[in-house]
Design a protein around this ligand. Structure first.
Ligand SMILES: Cc1cc2nc3c(=O)[nH]c(=O)nc-3n(C[C@H](O)[C@H](O)[C@H](O)COP(=O)(O)O)c2cc1C
Length: 205
C-alpha cells in the first residue's frame, strides 16, 4: 500500500480525545519515535527524549492526577511523555559550535552569529534553555502526530499537567523539561476540522 501524502496527513489530522481502547502495536510506536528522531533541531542538538507509557496504572495516574479532566488517556493505547533534555541541549549546542568554528566551512560572521546564539542559550539557569528545548521537541512531536495519521492512529497533544507530579512519579531528573503528554491510540471519533483563521488574518501585509 502506498504511503499517505504529507499534504493529506496535514489535512486529515485532528486532536483525538476518544480512543477505542485497542493497544497500539510496538511497531507503530517505533514508527512514531522514528518520525520524531528525524526532525530538524537547532544546531542538530536533538534534545528530545520520550518515555512511552502503556500500563493502565500510568494512564490512570495521568488522567487523574496530572491533567484532572483528561480522561482521554484511559482509552489511549499509549501516552508518550515528550521531554527536552536541557543539559544535553546546552552541551551539544556548545560542541556543535566548536565543531563549526574548527571546520573552516563557515564565514566569520556566521560563526560569530552561532557563538552569540550559543552564548545566550548557555548562560543563566538551566530553565533559560527551556524555550529552545521546547521549540525543538514541539517539532519532533508534530512529526509524530502526522506520522500517526498515516498509520491510522489518532493523537492529542496535552499541555495541561502537573509537571512536578509527573516527573516525580517517573523519576525524571531536573535536566528534563516536560513539554507535553501525547495521547496515542485508535480513534473512536472522527471529528471534522476545527476552526482556523484565514490566511488574511495570519499573514501580515
Ligand atoms: C501547545 C498545545 C497544547 C494543547 N493542550 C491541550 C490539552 O491540554 N488538552 C487537549 O485536549 N488538547 C490540547 N491541545 C489540542 C488543541 O486543543 C487542538 O490542537 C486545537 O483545538 C485544534 O484542534 P485540532 O488539533 O483538532 O485541529 C493542545 C495543543 C497544543 C498545540
Amino acid at each position: 500500500m502506498s504511503e499517505m501524502s504529507v499534504a493529506k496527513a496535514i489535512k486529515a489530522r485532528r486532536s483525538i480525545r476518544a480512543f477505542s481502547g485497542e493497544p497500539v502495536s510496538e511497531a507503530d510506536i517505533r514508527e512514531l519515535l522514528e518520525a520524531a528522531r528525524l526532525a530538524p533541531s537547532s544546531l542538530n542538538s536533538q534534545p528530545w527524549r520520550f518515555k512511552v507509557l502503556t500500563s493502565a496504572e500510568d494512564k490512570a495516574f495521568l488522567a487523574g492526577d496530572a491533567s484532572r479532566q483528561q480522561k482521554t488517556f484511559l482509552a489511549a493505547g499509549a501516552v508518550i511523555l515528550c521531554l527536552a533534555d536541557l543539559s544535553a541541549y546546552r552541551r551539544e549546542s556548545a560542541a556543535a559550535y566548536e565543531g563549526y568554528a574548527a571546520s573552516g566551512l563557515f564565514a566569520a560572521p556566521t560563526i560569530k552569529g552561532i557563538k552569540n546564539y550559543v552564548t545566550r542559550e548557555l548562560s543563566g539557569p538551566l530553565a533559560a534553555a527551556r524555550a529552545a528545548g521546547t521549540m525543538n521537541v514541539a517539532l519532533a512531536v508534530s512529526q509524530m502526530m502526522l506520522r500517526a495519521v498515516s498509520l491510522g492512529l489518532g493523537t492529542c497533544w496535552v499541555g495541561m499537567f502537573d509537571e512536578a507530579a509527573v516527573k516525580a512519579r517517573f523519576g525524571l531528573g531536573e535536566e528534563l523539561a516536560l513539554v507535553c503528554l501525547l495521547a496515542v491510540g485508535h480513534p473512536a471519533e472522527a471529528p471534522g476540522p476545527r476552526p482556523r483563521k484565514s490566511l488574511e488574518e495570519i499573514v501580515l501585509p
